[in-house]
Write a protein that binds this ligand. Sequence first.
Ligand code: AMP
Length: 121
Amino acid sequence: MYDKNNIFAKILRGEIPCKKIYESANVLAFYDVNPQKKIHALVIPKGEYMDLDDLNSKASAEEMVELIKAITIVAKKIGISDLVKGGGYRALVNVGENGGQEVPHLHFHIFGGEKIGKMVS
Ligand code: AMP
């Protein structure tokens, strides 16, 4: 069951501040509070979805498309998407305990600003 008290739900309700990058009807993007790379952003749906499975079974096609599109919009906005200018980034989602998910609200991590390194460590 979705935990309405998770930290991203609080950010979405405006109870906790965030460094906002982008917002649309169904999506919010902000900087990670504990960056793992030079640039580390998070893209989250506004809907109450715990993970990709939850999104798949409950979200509208519009919400899904908006979420995926937001990744490229955010990457462009924070200046890491132009491959000619040395950009490039990694977008990833952790799912569940084995996937290393800590916050139980679906989120895409976007890492960039430097070489991201090995796929999995
Ligand atoms: P995950 O391990 O995939 O669940 O990632 C959760 C991410 O949320 C971590 O990278 C945390 O640093 C980040 N995080 C936790 N609290 C906040 C917050 N208040 N604002 C921004 N990012 C946060």
